[in-house]
Every structure is written in C-alpha cells, then in structure tokens.
Design a protein around this ligand. Structure first.
Ligand code: ZN
Length: 299
C-alpha cells in the first residue's frame, strides 16, 4: 500500500485490485498459483486476507496472502536474481450458502414512526480474525447510539434502528436484503449512518448526500469541534447503508483516524484487546450526536 497517502483507505482502494483481481488475471496467463503481498500498513508476520474474485473463463488457481515481512524478504531475493522455490498447500474451500440474518433493534419514533433513521455496522468478519475492529466496533457503536438516547431520556421523533448487517465481507447480501424489505414495506428512509472503518479516535463523518444537506450538517460543526470531530466533508458512507441511497436516504460514515486500521485489517491481530474502549466510546457518542441532530432538525 502506498505509504504517501495520509488517508490509508485510499491506499487500500488503490492496491486492493492486486488481491481481488490478480489471481484471475494470473490464471489467464497460465499461472499455477498466486502469492499476494498482504494489504497492510505495517510490517508484521501475519497474512491479511480478503475477497478474491475469479473469472469463470480461467481456472480458479490457489491464491494466498503472505505477510508483509515475508513479501519484503521475497522481493529482496527476486531483486538479487536468486532462484526461489515455493510450496503452497491450500486447504480452503467454498462451502454452500446457509441461512443467516441481520440483527435489528429499534426505538419507535414518537411523531414519524414510519420514517426511519438507520445506524449500522456488520456482524460478520473475515474468517481468520475475531473482527473486533472490522466490524465488531461498528456493531457495538450502533447499539450504543440507541443506549445513549435511552439513557438520556430522549424520545426521538423518527424511528431509529441499530442494524448489524450480515455478509458484508462476502457479498453484502444483508444490505441487499435490508433494502429489499424496505422497498417491499414502502418504508421511508431519511438517513443512514455506518461505522465500518474501525473503532479508532473519531475525526469526522464522510457525507454522501446533496450539497444542501452537507451544508446543514456543516452548520453543526461547532457542536462536534470540541470532541475532535472536525472533518465534515463530502465522502463515502459504507457498503451496508449504501444501497439505501436508491430509496432516497441521505448517508454518512464515521471517519475515525485511519493510521492503524490496516495494521489489523483482516488479520489474526484484529482482536478485542486491540480496541481502545475510550476511542470506541468517543466514536459512539459522536454518532449519537449526529443521529440526535438529524432526528431533531432534519436534513
Ligand atoms: Zn468491515
């Protein structure tokens, strides 16, 4: 990943193609297997894995992620024109689909119960990790938004749902299903907020909505400023609330500090112990504040 990008998600977005599309491309040219350098910001001994997309026209060759330390070593060997041989034993297999579910909690709105504000993260994780940052953090922050509103005795005008989406990592079918049900029930979705960038110190919100709505959120900037949440700009929301745009929802995504996210992302190091309770809570209360403001003043 290109270390000159201060926003690490940009580096991930740019380099991700080598893991997602590289194996299919290599198979086209006759490769027997592929080793991909882990998409990680740091040097460590842990493979960081993720989605790989094959092409039906070519063989589904084995593809493995190797740690950044191993990739550095291998690169050094190849630069010295050393002859390097490797052995891959891959026991991974694609199992058939099984039923699974989104998990939804809701506070019914007092004035507009049929107008929905969704706050969510995803409940699945990449298989070699606990997925504490990706995305246990976003799931518990979403629950925390509802708890904070209740603890403060606030009764929102609109219905507010905390949604733990299923299957974000491997197809996004939880998000698709949520949209499908919303359409079938003719629900009005006014706002969707996602946390899926880790439970690190919050810096702002990415705003995926019209310019006038962005201006409205920016008019609240002094309320967030003291919490270090200063970056209220046009940006991405998240892949789970993303589909709600089709039915007119304004969207936002929590933007935490991104410098350490890809140290852990999709690796065995993404554990509960790696999450700072204080940073996690700071993100959650700012999410609750944004939900409160949208509920009270609209967009
Ligand atoms: Zn995620």
């Amino acid at each position: 990943m290109n270390p000159t990008y201060i926003r690490t998600f940009m580096a991930y977005g740019e380099s991700g193609v080598y893991r997602t599309r590289g194996p299919a491309r290599a198979a086209k040219y006759g490769a027997l297997a592929v080793m991909v350098r882990s998409l990680a910001s740091n040097l460590d001994d842990f493979p960081h894995t993720g989605v790989t997309i094959y092409n039906d026209s070519f063989p589904k060759i084995p593809a493995v992620a190797i740690s950044t330390n191993d990739a550095e070593w291998l690169s050094g060997q190849l630069k010295n024109n050393s002859v390097v041989s490797g052995y891959i034993r891959n026991t991974s297999t694609m199992l058939p689909d099984e039923p699974s579910f989104n998990v939804v909690g809701e506070i019914r709105g007092t004035q507009f119960p049929n107008e929905i504000i969704t706050v969510g993260g995803h409940i699945d994780s990449w298989d070699l990790a606990e997925g504490a940052q990706d995305d246990g953090a976003g799931a518990v922050q979403s629950i925390e938004v509802l708890r904070v509103l209740k603890a403060l005795g606030l009764k929102p005008k609109h219905s507010i749902r905390a949604v733990m989406f299923m299957n974000e990592e491997n197809g996004g079918r939880g998000a698709e299903k949520y949209l499908e049900i919303a359409k079938a029930k003719n629900e009005k979705h006014i706002f969707g907020l996602e946390s899926d960038a880790g439970g690190f110190t919050p810096r702002g919100f990415g705003l995926d909505m019209s310019a006038d709505k962005i201006a409205k959120v920016q008019s609240w900037k002094n309320l967030f400023h003291d919490y270090g949440v200063c970056d209220l700009e046009a940006g991405g929301s998240g892949s789970d609330v993303g589909p709600l745009k089709q039915i007119g929802a304004a969207l936002a995504g929590l933007s935490p500090d991104s410098q350490r996210y890809f140290d852990l992302h999709h690796a065995a190091t993404d554990t509960f112990e790696a999450v700072s309770k204080r940073e996690l809570e700071l993100g959650a209360v700012n999410m609750a504040a944004l939900i409160y403001l949208v509920d009270k003043y609209g967009l």
